[in-house]
Design a protein around this ligand. Structure first.
Ligand code: HEM
Ligand SMILES: *[C@@H]1O[C@H](CO)[C@@H](O)[C@H](O)[C@H]1NC(C)=O
Ligand SMILES: *[C@@H]1O[C@H](CO)[C@@H](O)[C@H](O)[C@H]1NC(C)=O
Ligand SMILES: *[C@@H]1O[C@H](CO)[C@@H](O)[C@H](O)[C@H]1NC(C)=O
Ligand SMILES: *[C@@H]1O[C@H](CO)[C@@H](O)[C@H](O)[C@H]1NC(C)=O
Length: 338
């Protein structure tokens, strides 16, 4: 009751002070939302994430991609965590899901938080915080970027929406720009957030067309460095290979740094969508600037904050899921139709 009243009065303040609701959209996210309701929530997220990151160097890549996929489909509402059911194929079972992972870490954090302060901390906030903490681990710093909290969890997750809304690795610049614009993100956000590809790997499926059959004539993508293409062919031996993976940022795929932009201008970006960032003058200029690591970290922090606030549920919207993989009352919804 108390919380609902708080959310209501905040909205009222927004209306009175700013005159328009627009100013306050996502404005209910704030610093340390759980300060009073679950004091050590953020410390618990960090300690469990760091414990897992210490034994699993691939965790940051898993979580950052999970957070990105979550936010691009129905906003950052942890819809990416919901399991499919008999009547519904959920986001996590969509086509672009191959390397999604880290679910077990989110679940471990959630069950600890449920035992300390039941029903308080959302899965959506856990994903946002754990992503930041996992990436920060290699720096032994609590926060490479600030994460505002107060997100609530959604109850709808549809695979077809993920297929539709997530950008394609085969996209050209104008498609990528539109995809990000549709989410309220700019070309700068696109270039900065693509820097997420400074860590992690991809299956051959998403780039082997560039090696073997770029235009349907058994040709290679001329915008890919030929020597690097030859190397990639030793890994992905044919178009049929769907299981081998290659590093997104060769030589530095576990280090969160600005090296992605260095390999990009050497024409070694793995996806067409990476290479596409060089095909627009404005975007290319941003690529050049982001080779400065301090600049990249500053910009990444800002773009992640924007991405993390996209279409969030706050106040009395949504729910606080008890288990991140299932909505609280599965029977209350008819979510089998698209
Ligand atoms: C710009 C449009 C983007 C496209 C087309 C794209 C596409 C992809 C694809 C196809 C993969 C490989 C998945 C697999 O093999 O299963 C991948 C991996 C990855 N993406 Fe992106 N992505 C984009 C933007 C982003 C953003 C904004 C972030 C985060 C800020 C991100 C972070 C990652 C990470 C960390 C991985 C590696 C995952 C792992 O190693 O498990 N991507 N991406
Ligand atoms: C959700 O699905 C995962 C993977 O299939 C499974 O391990 C987990 O037990 C499921 N969660 C629930 C609450 O059913
Ligand atoms: C991706 O989707 C497939 C097909 O629905 C599913 O079998 C697989 O477990 C999913 N992968 C992850 C990592 O969730
Ligand atoms: C980008 O791709 C879209 C869809 O395939 C196509 O219609 C458009 O012409 C392409 N744009 C450029 C500049 O190649
Ligand atoms: C290359 O693409 C063309 C046109 O789409 C297709 O007919 C051909 O079978 C492809 N080659 C291979 C090896 O898949």
């Amino acid at each position: 009751m108390k919380k609902a009243a708080g959310a209501g009065s905040l909205l009222l303040v927004c209306l009175v002070v700013f005159g328009i609701i627009g100013v306050c959209q996502g404005g209910e996210l704030r610093k340390n939302f759980y300060r009073d309701s679950c004091k050590s929530a953020e410390d618990i997220v960090r300690s469990i994430t760091w414990k897992n990151a210490a034994s699993n160097p691939d965790l940051p890549a898993k979580l950052i991609r999970m957070h990105f996929h979550d936010c691009f489909v129905r906003g950052c509402d942890a819809s990416v965590l919901i399991n499919s059911t008999a009547g519904n194929k959920a986001e996590r079972d969509a086509v672009p899901n191959l390397s999604l992972g880290g679910f077990e870490v989110i679940n471990e954090i959630k069950s600890e938080l449920e035992s300390r302060c039941p029903g308080i901390v959302s899965c959506a906030d856990i994903v946002a915080l754990a992503t930041r903490d996992s990436v920060s681990f290699q720096f032994q710093k609590p926060d490479l970027w600030e994460v505002l909290t107060g997100r609530r969890d959604g109850s709808v997750s549809i695979a077809a929406e993920a297929d539709l809304l997530l950008p394609s690795p085969f996209a050209n610049f104008s498609e990528l720009k539109k995809n990000f614009n549709d989410k309220g993100l700019t070309v700068k956000d696109l270039v900065v957030l693509s820097g997420g590809h400074t860590i992690g790997v991809s299956h051959c499926t998403f780039f082997s067309n560039r090696l073997y059959n770029f235009t349907g004539n058994g040709d290679q993508d001329p915008s890919l460095d030929p020597r690097y293409a030859a190397f990639l062919k030793t890994k992905c031996k044919s178009l049929a290979d769907t299981t081998t993976t290659a590093e997104l940022d060769p030589g530095s795929f576990r280090k969160f740094d600005s090296h992605y932009y260095d390999i990009l201008i050497e024409n070694k970006g793995l996806f067409q969508s990476d290479a596409a960032l060089l095909t627009n003058k404005g975007a290319r200029n941003i690529v050049m600037e982001l080779r400065n690591q301090d600049k990249f970290f500053t910009e990444f922090a800002q773009s992640m904050k924007r991405m993390g606030a996209m279409n969030v549920l706050t106040g009395t919207q949504g729910e606080i899921r008890k288990k991140c993989s299932v909505i609280n009352n599965p029977d209350s919804l008819l979510h089998s139709s698209i």
